[in-house]
Design a protein around this ligand. Sequence first.
Ligand code: ZN
Length: 146
Amino acid sequence: MSLDNLYQEIIVDHYQNPRNFGELKDADFVVEDDNPSCGDEITIYGKLSGDRLEKLQFTGNGCAISMASASLMSDILVGKKISEIRQIIGLFSEMIKGEIEVDSEVEEKLGELIALKGVVKFPIRVKCATLAWKTLEKALESKKSG
Ligand code: ZN
């Protein structure tokens, strides 16, 4: 199997079997956003425990890239410290925009998220891939004091 096929399979898997999908009843924050150019909609639910993101869930609908990206994001960020999350958000955004070289160090930090790096070749899809991330970032900004 080629690497591209492997990446494709990860995206399809997360689209068809999204992780952490569903409303979070005891959420500390709920933020929604959309991507009108594609019709993607997302709502992010988070529960904090000190400086950690204890739970991260989402609902919404949209294209495979937007939903797979949200699922992969929730998978990798849940349980992490807010400071680590900010780092990963920055790194992911740079990868998607083609601003960094994806070396082994980046691969290690981003894990399965690397599956989305092909999006850089499709500028119109960048907004799909970053929708969940921008929405979460917005939630974290408003939580800065805590
Ligand atoms: Zn989309």
